[in-house]
Design a protein. Sequence first.
Length: 294
Amino acid sequence: MMGCMGGFGDQLRREREARGVSLGEISESTKISSGFLRALEQEDFERLPGGIFNRGFVRAYSKFLGIDEDAMVADFDTAYEQYRAEQAPPPPLVPIEEKKAPAKDYRFSLAILIPLILLITIVFLWRHHTRAAETAQGVAAAHSKSRRAENRSPDMNGSKTRQSLEIPKVAGAGGAVKKVAVDSGAGNVPKQSESGTALKSPESAAAPQSMRPIRLEIHANEDAWLSVIADGKTMMEGVLPAASTRKFRAHKHIYFTTGNSGGVEVSYNGRPLPPRGTSNEVKSLTFTSNGPRQ
């Protein structure tokens, strides 16, 4: 749907005609299709790609004519907001009269809700206390049983005697048998590891590798309009001449847009990417440490 002709589109057309320039000449220089340029003059916003493309087109158009780019972008924003307001659906109808619940209903609800919350809290605390007591009793019983087992030792002659009991213990690969001496008087069995050395605890997992920086290299085989935003900062917005190369770096992400995707070559972290489109075709890519995506 074509928007209403306003001051923004008329001003662009008047500035162009006053300089005797055709849309084809601007398109040839900026690599922006004549259809998009005509849509700007006619304020036919539905034909524009949207997002940052529209502002980039306005800047490139204004720069070619030699007029104030920021002022024209501001005029475009005003016209575009007016267009969006006209296209917005009407607000839903709201009934004039709304029934309000009597205050006594709220009081009745609170009178039921508060005792219920208190009851739930009391039950929760009682169950928590019961489980804690049962756990403490279990630990105490296990500890007492362990103490009794440690203190129980055989005494056949009424005095402590040391008996050497040879307990066979299978070794690892050699099949040798090792012996462990048991002190019956003390009731303690010294343990000896098969290898004769203490076991080591496993090492903690290695810390995750730090995020790799993002490196982007763009080479223009033809004149191409570019927009590059690295970590939220605009690094380039304009025409990259043919046979030129620009490099960009970021830590989190790079947003890349071109109006001539068939005329540029893109390399991500030193790896060339396949062509993403044709000449004068608008394409966008997002680059992160995980790779590129559209």
